[in-house]
Ligand binder design. Sequence first.
Ligand SMILES: *[C@@H]1O[C@H](CO)[C@@H](O)[C@H](O)[C@H]1NC(C)=O
Ligand SMILES: *[C@@H]1O[C@H](CO)[C@@H](O)[C@H](O)[C@H]1NC(C)=O
Ligand SMILES: *[C@@H]1O[C@H](CO)[C@@H](O)[C@H](O)[C@H]1NC(C)=O
Ligand SMILES: *[C@@H]1O[C@H](CO)[C@@H](O)[C@H](O)[C@H]1NC(C)=O
Ligand SMILES: *[C@@H]1O[C@H](CO)[C@@H](O)[C@H](O)[C@H]1NC(C)=O
Ligand SMILES: *[C@@H]1O[C@H](CO)[C@@H](O)[C@H](O)[C@H]1NC(C)=O
Ligand SMILES: *[C@@H]1O[C@H](CO)[C@@H](O)[C@H](O)[C@H]1NC(C)=O
Ligand SMILES: *[C@@H]1O[C@H](CO)[C@@H](O)[C@H](O)[C@H]1NC(C)=O
Length: 496
Amino acid sequence: MFSEPIMLVTSLGYFFLLVIISTTSCEEFNLYGEAGQAYALEIDVGHPQQKLSVLVDTGSTTLAIASYARKDSNKYFRSENSTSIYNSEKEVQAKYSQGTWVGHLVSDFVKFPSLATVPEVRCDIALITKSHKFFMNGSGWQGLLGLAYLPVGAWGENVVVGSWLDSVEKALNKAMSFQLKLCGVKSSTNATHYGKFEMLDDDTISTNHNVAFRTPILRKRWYEVGVLSIRVISKRNASMNIDRNVTKDSGDNLDVDQENCVKLNEEKSIVDSGTTNIRLPDILFREVVNELRNAAQTSNMLILDEFWYHGEAACWPEPQEWSLPPIAIDLLSADADNQYFTLQIPPQNFMRVVTARNNSGEGGSVSEFCYKLGLEAGGKETVLGYTAMEGLQVLFNRSAGWIGWYPSDCGPNAKVTGPHNVSTSLLSLCQLTKPVPDVAVSIKAAQWTLCAISIIAAAVLIYLLAPCIKMMLVSPLPMSQQISLSQAALVEQDTT
Ligand SMILES: *[C@@H]1O[C@H](CO)[C@@H](O)[C@H](O)[C@H]1NC(C)=O
Ligand SMILES: *[C@@H]1O[C@H](CO)[C@@H](O)[C@H](O)[C@H]1NC(C)=O
Ligand SMILES: *[C@@H]1O[C@H](CO)[C@@H](O)[C@H](O)[C@H]1NC(C)=O
Ligand SMILES: *[C@@H]1O[C@H](CO)[C@@H](O)[C@H](O)[C@H]1NC(C)=O
Ligand SMILES: *[C@@H]1O[C@H](CO)[C@@H](O)[C@H](O)[C@H]1NC(C)=O
Ligand SMILES: *[C@@H]1O[C@H](CO)[C@@H](O)[C@H](O)[C@H]1NC(C)=O
Ligand SMILES: *[C@@H]1O[C@H](CO)[C@@H](O)[C@H](O)[C@H]1NC(C)=O
Ligand SMILES: *[C@@H]1O[C@H](CO)[C@@H](O)[C@H](O)[C@H]1NC(C)=O
């Protein structure tokens, strides 16, 4: 008599286990991109629906799509084909850190087939009619899904283009958050990268995140956050850039270098999935890269300065394993203003795969595995591009004004550690509470930060044997696994 309920319970247990296994193993990824080209999502626009791909961009606000054939692509939105389009005829424009476009404001129905819980909504769309350095040659996307706040939306005379996210919130009548899980490359031999974009209902408390590392959004325009330092975690010394004597408690009680954190946030620091690299002020870029370069030299990995300082690619005939230290990014905590946490970004993130071609089978052609540094120098601004997000889950809670960082089950082994306490307010130490300039002015003055996508498709490849020779002169024992004389280093140059 007792055995039956027990059997029922165990079989129920198996059933749930199965459900859990099948739901976790059948996870669907909806973001894809070619190497160096950010992450794109499939979109249905208009009635009848036209399928396109849009880049997922937290560095802008507007849904903007091509409405004309470009030189290298005739995939675009045919507005005359949509029966539901409403054309305002108003001209709008946007300017990004790379590229500009002009277009007109329309509204139409938009649905993302991979987001089952998000209804189709009518929303503002900027139909791009002319662009400059905006669409990449051969890019797999025809537009951009901006996910930031309205103050940095595309604009025209007396118009600001409304955002898709706001339209969704209005339709559902509740606040929505979104999460990006970016996984990086598929494998060491396939440079296609993949990930998952999810919309989360703010009413349902997210259960899968028990540890909360949240950074406050300092101003709701771009996703502006407080970056306290970007440093190399040296093996001997886990506390770089952090001055003074380490007192007690296992190094947790450290003080942040004020000069650096003021410099990092002087203009603004933003989280931008539409940018590839981690962009930091010139001086700090030099510091971090010098250290990485030294670490590479110490472990007998000889890579040209063009790679480290000029954004060029370095190539090998086989995939590389990097024995470099991780980079730490310290972010202000939303829990207390004297607290921060640390993102640990492993070398798989910042030694970005740009080409992975295995031609061993075919006659003649060479196998090549090329990498670019995922760091760049950029004036006064700090940008955490997707290089800082791969291997993590990043939750953008728009209404509550924070960004949560969590470990992920895919991609490089990035970590989040902390929290660390300091003795003073980091808001005032790093001058993070400066008044916001007038929003209307800032919209027009803004150099919008998107798409620092290195132009790979258009690049010219130059094979150089020079590094091998140079290496022989410099290094008495170049017999490491990374490079040997038989290997030609390949340097890639942007044509622009
Ligand atoms: C609508 O699009 C289809 C192809 O997608 C095309 O063949 C057709 O001519 C278009 N119709 C109009 C009115 O443009
Ligand atoms: C890489 O993976 C993508 C997506 O799965 C696939 O479409 C593509 O063919 C792969 N490329 C190579 C060279 O295997
Ligand atoms: C966003 O933040 C609010 C307030 O902290 C919280 O109630 C809500 O659950 C959060 N949303 C998600 C998806 O975590
Ligand atoms: C360790 O940190 C100190 C300052 O805290 C610094 O002077 C020193 O150069 C660091 N050591 C290494 C190996 O980076
Ligand atoms: C560390 O503390 C010792 C003793 O308190 C002091 O002599 C030394 O100068 C301090 N070093 C630094 C870098 O502050
Ligand atoms: C490249 O392909 C060859 C044959 O197809 C295979 O033996 C080799 O393991 C591959 N190399 C890598 C790095 O995957
Ligand atoms: C850090 O500060 C918070 C409150 O400000 C406190 O609850 C926590 O215990 C502190 N942690 C450490 C390690 O000192
Ligand atoms: C763009 O890509 C196509 C093939 O995909 C190529 O034929 C063309 O030369 C490229 N254009 C430029 C400017 O690189």
